[in-house]
Design a protein around this ligand. Structure first.
Ligand code: FEO
Ligand code: CA
Ligand code: CA
Length: 737
C-alpha cells in the first residue's frame, strides 16, 4: 500500500505492495467502497436533466445572481497588503535526511510534540512507553491546525502577533497489529482481547488539543499551565446539531433521543469559520468500529446494511485497534457497531452514525461542548474551506471526501452573512446560525471545463424518488450523504483532500492526492491521468502523483462553476505528454498533494504532501505557490491507448511561482498550517515521523526509521514523535516573501 500516503490509517511499512499475510496490517484508509455506477451515469444524468426545470423551479434560488458576487469577492478579497507576485526564497532540494530542511535565512523550532504535558503537575514526557495521563498531554499524529490570537492580557485578538492558541487535530497513531506501539513500553498487545490499560491510552491520544503558545523575543514555546489548554478525546461529550439531530439513526444507549454523542475521531483537516471558531473534519472513523459477522441478519437487512457497506464497514469487519475488546464497560462496548440489543436504544448499532462530521469548537471557551454540524454531511471529511463571506450573502464552505472515487461537496447556509457576527462573543451561536440550516451540494464536472453543483436534499426529485436508496428526510441525506451523491451522479474524484479559497480571486483549490484505482477506461477530463511509475523495482499505477483542481463559482450560492487543473504532481523528468503535464522541475516537483492553505498575510498558497510514491527519492514536503487564475493555461490531450481525454491545465509554474520550502524527516507527512496575523511566523505539523518502523523494533532505536524530534534536540528518549514546529525568517520578514 505504498504510494497513497498515510492519511490516518495507512500502513506502508514495507517496500512490498502485498500485505504480510501473517500480520494484521489492515489498511483502513484504503477504503474503496464506492461501487456506484458513477461516472458512467448517463442514464441518471438524462433523468436528472429532464427534471431540471422542475427542480430549479421548485428548489434553487439565486442562480441568477450571476458573476456579481464573485466580482465583489475579487475586489474586496486580498485583505493582505503584502500579497506578492513572486516567491522570495531559494528552493529546498529534495532529500531523504531525517530532519526538517528549510530555506537559507529561516529558523525552525520544535514547540509541541506527542505527550507534552498540558497542565500543572503532569510529569515531563519520558517517551519510553511508560507515560500515562494522556488526557492531559498532547495527542498523537498532529494534523490540521488553526491560530486563535490572544493579546498581552489574554483576550481574543486578531492583530497581536506573539501570543495565541493553536487548535490541533490529532488524527491517528502509528500502529501495527492493533497496537499504538510507540506509547506502550514493549509495543503493547498485538492480539484480541487488548488490555483496558492500553486501550485507555489510545482513546486519549486521538481527538483535538488546544494549546497556548507564546513568543518571548524570537523564541516560541507552548505554555504548560495555560487556562486555555484543553484536550478533546474520543470520550469527550458532544452535542449533535443540524438536520440529523434527533434522527432515528442517531439513537444509541448513550443518547436514546439521538441528540448527544461522545468524542471525535480521526480528525484530519481543519478550517476557521468567519466567526472565529475551529472546525475539524472526521476522516477515517469507520475503521475504528467492529461489526459482528452476522450483523446484517441481526439488523434484519434493513437499509443501514447498504449504508454500512457503502461507508466501508461490511459485517465481520475488524476494528483498527480492538477497542471493543476492553471489557463490558460502555467506553469499550461502544466500538462494537452491531445490533446486539433489543433495539437501537439498547446498544451501539448506530454509534458509527455519530461520526463522520465537521465538528465545531470555540477555542476561547474551554467549557463549551463541541458541536457536530451534521448538515455539512457525513463522509471522510478533510478540511472546510470557507469562501470569503459577503454581507447579505449565504456563507459557503467547500469540502472533500477522501477516499478513492469519492466526491467534492459544498455547503450553502440559509442565513445571510452579517459582518457583526465576525466579532460576536457567542461564537457557537453564530455556528448554529450558519451551519445548522443550509443546503449541501455535490460536484459534477463536465468535459468542457464547466460543472454543476447538484443539490442533495429531498427537494431534488432524484433523491426524493430514488430507487437506489430510501431517503425519507433530509436527516437521511445528512447521515447517508455518499449515497445521495451516488444517486445524483456526482463525479468520482481522485481522493479529494484539503480545499482553500484564493483570497484575491475567490477561486477554490482542492487537492486530489492520488488514485491507484483510476484506469484508462475511467479517466475523465478532471481526473485525466493514468500511468505507471517505478519506485525502485515496484510498479505504481493509476494517478500516482495527484493533482490540484481549481473551481470558480459563477456566484457563491449558485450551481454553475468553471474548473481547470491548477497543477499536476509529478516527478521532474517524467513524460511531459502523459505525466508531467505541468512541467515541474527539481525546484518544485511533488507527489500526493494533501494539505492546502492560503495565507491571509501573504496570499501564498501552501501545499503539503502525504506521499508514499516518491519517498524513495524525497521525504514529504511543503511548497509555496502563487497561483494565477482559472483559464490561465489551456487544453491538453492525454492519450490512453486508443482513448483520448482532453483536460484543462493551468499556466506552467516557474520556481518564482511554485517552489519547495520544506522537506520533513523520514516517514513523516507534512500537514496543518497557520500563521500569526502579520505572517512573520508560521506553524506546521510533522505527522508520524518514523511510521515505517516495525513494532518488533520498538525498543531498538538503531532500527527506528526516524528519531525526530529527539535527534533535533527536543525531548527525552529516541522514539519518534509527531510535533508542531514554528518557522520564522531571520530578518523578521513575512514567510515566503
Ligand atoms: Fe487525513 Fe486524507 O488525509
Ligand atoms: Ca518513481
Ligand atoms: Ca489529509
Amino acid at each position: 500500500h505504498e504510494g497513497e500516503g498515510h492519511c490516518g490509517g495507512f500502513f506502508h511499512k514495507t517496500e512490498n505492495s502485498t500485505m504480510n499475510p501473517t500480520s494484521d496490517r489492515i489498511d483502513f484508509n484504503d477504503e474503496d467502497s464506492n461501487t456506484s455506477a458513477n461516472p458512467h451515469f448517463d442514464e441518471v444524468l438524462g433523468k436528472r436533466l429532464s427534471r431540471r426545470s422542475l427542480f430549479r423551479g421548485a428548489g434553487l434560488a439565486a442562480t441568477a445572481a450571476g458573476a456579481t458576487a464573485l466580482t465583489g469577492c475579487a475586489t474586496t478579497g486580498g485583505a493582505s497588503s503584502t500579497a506578492i507576485d513572486r516567491l522570495g526564497f531559494k528552493p529546498v532540494a529534495k532529500t531523504t535526511t531525517d530532519k526538517v530542511s528549510i530555506p537559507e535565512g529561516y529558523t525552525a523550532q520544535i514547540i509541541y510534540a506527542l505527550g507534552d504535558p498540558l497542565a500543572a503537575g503532569v510529569p515531563v514526557f519520558k517517551n519510553d512507553g511508560t507515560d500515562t495521563q494522556f488526557e492531559l498531554r498532547a495527542g498523537d499524529h498532529h494534523d490540521g491546525m488553526e491560530w486563535f490570537g490572544l493579546d498581552a492580557s489574554g483576550k481574543p485578538s486578531d492583530s497581536f502577533n506573539s501570543r495565541g492558541i493553536l487548535g490541533v487535530n490529532h488524527e491517528a497513531t502509528t500502529d501495527e497489529k492493533l497496537s499504538s506501539f510507540f506509547i506502550h513500553a514493549n509495543g503493547g498487545t498485538a492480539a484480541l482481547p487488548r488490555p483496558a490499560s492500553e486501550i485507555d491510552k489510545e482513546l486519549a491520544i486521538h481527538g483535538l488539543s488546544f494549546v497556548e503558545v507564546q513568543a518571548d523575543g524570537k523564541r516560541w514555546a507552548y505554555r504548560q499551565t495555560s487556562p486555555f489548554n484543553r484536550r478533546i478525546t474520543t470520550m469527550t461529550p458532544a452535542v449533535l446539531h443540524g438536520v440529523a439531530r434527533g434522527s432515528e439513526h442517531m439513537v444509541t444507549r448513550y443518547s436514546p433521543d439521538g441528540t448527544l454523542c461522545r468524542g471525535t475521531l480521526n480528525n484530519c483537516g481543519t478550517g476557521k469559520t468567519p466567526w472565529g471558531t475551529f472546525v475539524s473534519g472526521e476522516e477515517n472513523w469507520f475503521g475504528y468500529f467492529h461489526r459482528n459477522a452476522k450483523d446484517d441478519d441481526a439488523r434484519k437487512k434493513d437499509k443501514q446494511v447498504q449504508a454500512l457497506n457503502r461507508y466501508g464497514r461490511k459485517a465481520g469487519a475488524a476494528s483498527r485497534h480492538g477497542w471493543e475488546s476492553g471489557g463490558s464497560e460502555d467506553r469499550y462496548a461502544r466500538w462494537n457497531n452491531s445490533a446486539v440489543g433489543a433495539a437501537a436504544k439498547d446498544d451501539y448499532r448506530n454509534e458509527m452514525n455519530t461520526f463522520g462530521y465537521v465538528v465545531e469548537v470555540d477555542a476561547y471557551d474551554t467549557q463549551a461542548p463541541m458541536r457536530k454540524r451534521t448538515s455539512l454531511g457525513r463522509f471522510a471529511h478533510e478540511s472546510v474551506a470557507f469562501a470569503r463571506p459577503v454581507a447579505g450573502q449565504p456563507v459557503v464552505a467547500y469540502m472533500g471526501d477522501d477516499a478513492r472515487g469519492e466526491y467534492i461537496y459544498k455547503f450553502v447556509s440559509d442565513a445571510k452573512w452579517d459582518p457583526k457576527d465576525a466579532q460576536g462573543a457567542n461564537r457557537l451561536a453564530a455556528g448554529d446560525k450558519y451551519l445548522d440550516k443550509g443546503t449541501l451540494f455535490a460536484a459534477r464536472f463536465k468535459e468542457d471545463g464547466t460543472g454543476e453543483w447538484i443539490e442533495l436534499s429531498m427537494k431534488n426529485p432524484v433523491i426524493e424518488g430514488s430507487s437506489y436508496f430510501e431517503f425519507k428526510s433530509d436527516a437521511d441525506v445528512a447521515v447517508f450523504t455518499r449515497l445521495a451523491a451516488d444517486a445524483v451522479g456526482a463525479t468520482k474524484m481522485d481522493r479529494p483532500e484539503w480545499g482553500g479559497v484564493h483570497p484575491r480571486t475567490g477561486e477554490v483549490y482542492i487537492t486530489l492526492t492520488n488514485n491507484s484505482n483510476r484506469t484508462a477506461a475511467t479517466a475523465d477530463a478532471v481526473n485525466p491521468r493514468v500511468y505507471t511509475d517505478m519506485k525502485g523495482s515496484k510498479e505504481q499505477k493509476g494517478n500516482v502523483n495527484g493533482h490540484i483542481v481549481r473551481m470558480a463559482d459563477a456566484s457563491p450560492a449558485g450551481t454553475d462553476f468553471k474548473w481547470d487543473i491548477y497543477v499536476f504532481g509529478a516527478e521532474a523528468g517524467s513524460d511531459k505528454s502523459r505525466v508531467n503535464l505541468s512541467s515541474l522541475t527539481d525546484d518544485n516537483d511533488m507527489s500526493s498533494p494533501d494539505g492546502l492553505v492560503f495565507s491571509p498575510a501573504s496570499g501564498i498558497c501552501w501545499i503539503q504532501t502525504d506521499d508514499g510514491a516518491y519517498t524513495d527519492q524525497t521525504n514529504c514536503m511543503m511548497l509555496a505557490a502563487i497561483p494565477g487564475r482559472l483559464g490561465d493555461g489551456g487544453a491538453r490531450t492525454v492519450q490512453h491507448g486508443d482513448r483520448q481525454v482532453t483536460t484543462h491545465v493551468g499556466k506552467t509554474p516557474t520556481p518564482a511561482t511554485l517552489a519547495r520550502f520544506l522537506v520533513g524527516p523520514k516517514g513523516a507527512e507534512i500537514t496543518g498550517w497557520c500563521e500569526t496575523p502579520d505572517g512573520r511566523a508560521i506553524f506546521v505539523n510533522i505527522q508520524h515521523p518514523g511510521e515505517n518502523t516495525a513494532m518488533a523494533d520498538v525498543n531498538n532505536p538503531a532500527k527506528y526509521e526516524s528519531q525526530w524530534p529527539a535527534n533535533a534536540g527536543y525531548g527525552a528518549g529516541q522514539r519518534p514523535r509527531s510535533a508542531t514546529i514554528v518557522i520564522t525568517k531571520n530578518d523578521g520578514g513575512v514567510i515566503g516573501t
